[in-house]
Every structure is written in C-alpha cells, then in structure tokens.
Design a binder for this molecule. Structure first.
Ligand code: C2E
Ligand code: MG
Ligand code: MG
Ligand code: MG
Length: 274
C-alpha cells in the first residue's frame, strides 16, 4: 500500500512539474512575442535625498501587460527571461528606451537601470551601453546601473572587468538589494560601487525592531567609512523616513516618497522651463 501511495505521489509531482515547465515555456514564448509587439513599457520611481527631500534620480522598472493575462510582475517574468535567453534582448530594450526617454526630460535627472546577472556575464554589455549613450545623447553621468550581489558571484572576474569598463565611461554602479546576498562584505571590498541600496526587507521592521535598526545603522556606518552613499529601499511610512534621517541615511525610495509611475511631464512645467 505504501508503495502504491509512493508511486501516486511521484506521478503527482511529475505531472505538477510538467505543468510548471509547460507554463514557463508558454511564458517564454509570450516574452519573445512581447518584444516584437512592443508590449513592454517602463515606469519610474523617484529617489530622494533624505536630508533635503531633493530628487536624486529615478529607478527604471519594467512592466509587461501579458496578452490574455494582464500585468505580470518582473519578479515573475525576469527569471523566465533569463532561463530562455530573452533577457539580453529585453535588457537592451530597457536600456535603449530608458536612455532615450530620459534624454528628452525637461530636467536632467539620473536614471537607474536594473541589469540582470546574465547581462553582466557578457562583454557585449559594454558596447551596448556605449552605443545607447551615443545614440540617445544621454550624458553618461545621468546613467546608473543596478546590479545585485548574486549577479556577480557567477563569474567574478568577468563581472569585475565589465563593470570597470562601464564605469570608465562615466556611468555609475549601484549594488541592489544589499544585505540579502551571502557575500556582501567581500563583494564591497573587491567591486567598484558608487552606491549601496539597502534591501527593503530591513525597512519593514526598522521602526519596531531594535535589531533591524542596529543592522541598518551598521550598514550606514559601513557606507560612511567606504565613502559610498546608502539608499534605503521600500520606505513606506514617515516613521521609517524619520529613522533614516536620524541615522544619517543619504537617500530613500519607496511608496511613501512615490510609487512607480509612467513619466509624463506636465507640458506647462516643461514650457516654463524652456
Ligand atoms: P528592485 O530592483 O529591488 O526594484 C524595487 C522593487 O520594489 C520594485 O518592484 C518596486 O515597485 C518595489 N517597491 C518600491 N517601493 C516599494 C515600497 O515602498 N514597498 C514595497 N513593498 N515595494 C516597493 P517591481 O517593479 O515589481 O520589480 C521587482 C524586481 O524585478 C526589481 O527589484 C528588479 O530586481 C526586477 N526588475 C524590474 N525591472 C527590471 C529590468 O528592467 N531589468 C531587470 N533585469 N530586472 C528588473
Ligand atoms: Mg533595482
Ligand atoms: Mg532593490
Ligand atoms: Mg528588492
């Protein structure tokens, strides 16, 4: 009886896995299709100075309205895009579109573009950044690339080489979701970063938990001693922002400061500045 039960379970898992694989294949297909059909678009989330409230930049976030499904989270489709190889084409589209859009903004704000680990393992990324900057006319110091620690551990030497070349163009590099990878300190020591983005998981508890506050304080001290500014992600309340101000955090981003949204400049404001 036990054997029969075991076998049914195995079959159950296998068919569930088949179903999972089938869904991923279907999504992969739709991703390639979406590239052709222009089904992607970009939203921007503001980043601000904690002490002055000034805008310091905007993070570029990819959105996909999947035909027949509605909006799908990038947390869900980026891993599929990485698996099926579409990430390079999608990443190139994001970079080109973001730089072109930002180049026409009435205010020369910085943009921060997320780069996947797979893009970071390809030397072509350097040429892509060069070409996109040239074609869009965006000043290199208005572009920042966000990379995660997990993105660079695959092939550290190659990633370091690529990041160094991109930085030499005048583009800055931020380390994203800091504190969630497993090699944080070693990474900081050997990589040329211009900003640390503190993962938003620390924010959710910082008002109540002394432990979380202690960790945030330690990372801010680390940033100060390395002369690297720290941006806190996921700031949802004024209390969290107050803690960050008190602890001397440089920048913040989150729903409390602004939700990701399409960037449409008010024509009147643009005219006034023109
Ligand atoms: P991320 O780079 O850490 O981006 C921040 C995510 O946190 C965004 O989710 C944003 O909408 C969300 N967020 C911002 N403020 C708050 C807040 O106050 N509270 C909470 N709970 N969430 C907040 P989103 O847009 O769903 O993106 C998820 C992840 O997908 C991103 O995490 C990034 O890793 C990836 N991603 C997004 N766009 C791209 C892209 O163009 N290329 C690549 N490679 N990855 C992307
Ligand atoms: Mg990011
Ligand atoms: Mg992040
Ligand atoms: Mg995150």
């Amino acid at each position: 009886r036990a054997k029969a039960e075991f076998e049914t379970r195995v079959c159950y898992y296998e068919s569930e896995m088949d179903e999972h694989a089938r869904q991923r294949r279907a999504m992969a297909n739709d991703l390639w299709q979406a590239l052709e059909n222009n089904a992607f678009n970009l939203v921007y989330q503001v980043q601000k100075s904690v002490s002055t409230g000034e805008i310091t930049g905007y993070e570029v976030l990819l959105r996909w309205d999947r035909e027949g499904y509605g909006p799908v989270s990038p947390a869900e489709f980026i891993p599929v895009a990485e698996e099926c190889g579409a990430i390079n084409a999608i990443g190139a589209w994001v970079l080109r579109t973001a730089c072109t859009e930002a180049a026409s903004w009435p205010e020369p704000h910085k943009i921060a573009v997320n780069v996947s680990g797979m893009q970071l393992s390809q030397i072509e990324l350097v040429d892509l950044v060069k070409i996109v900057l040239y074609q869009s006319g965006l000043a290199p110091d208005r572009l920042e690339l966000e990379v995660t620690e997990t993105a660079i551990i695959n092939d550290k030497k190659r990633a370091l080489n690529i990041l160094t070349q991109i930085r030499a163009l005048g583009v800055s590099i931020a380390i994203d979701d800091f504190g969630t990878g497993y090699s944080s300190l070693a990474t900081l020591r050997s990589f040329p970063f211009d900003k640390i983005k503190l993962d938003r998981s620390f924010m959710s508890e910082v008002e109540h938990s002394e432990q979380s506050k202690a960790i945030v304080r330690a990372i801010l001290a680390l940033g100060r001693s390395l002369s690297v500014p720290v941006l806190a992600e996921g700031v949802e309340t004024i209390e969290q922002l107050d803690v960050l101000r008190l602890e001397g955090c440089n920048e913040a981003q989150g729903f409390f400061l602004g939700r990701p949204a399409a960037m449409d400049w008010e024509p009147s404001a643009a005219l006034q500045r023109a």
